[in-house]
Each structure stands twice: as C-alpha cells, then as structure tokens.
Write a new protein. Structure first.
Length: 49
C-alpha cells in the first residue's frame, strides 16, 4: 500500500483527527516505512507526453 499523502494530512481526509489517528496506528503498527525521494516516474512520463 502506498500513499503520497503525509500522515499529518490524513485528518483532513477523514475530516477529524480523532478518526485518522487510530487508523494510521493500525496501518503502521508492524510496518516498515520507507521514505523515498526523487522524481516521480509517473509525473516524468506524463510531462514527456
């Protein structure tokens, strides 16, 4: 599962931070989070068309 939305902005998506926090907690409880940088291949491909 991947998302380009920071966890800090999930409260806006769910309208309420009190709903977003437990959801994020369950998603990342045993997860490894990799922060990747660099250009997006999709956006790069889109710009070339």
């Amino acid at each position: 599962m991947g998302s380009s939305i920071d966890f800090t902005a999930w409260g806006e998506f769910f309208v309420d931070e009190n709903v977003a926090v437990p959801i994020i907690d369950r998603l990342i409880h045993h997860s490894k989070i990799f922060m990747l940088g660099g250009e997006s291949y999709r956006l790069k491909q889109k710009a070339n068309t």
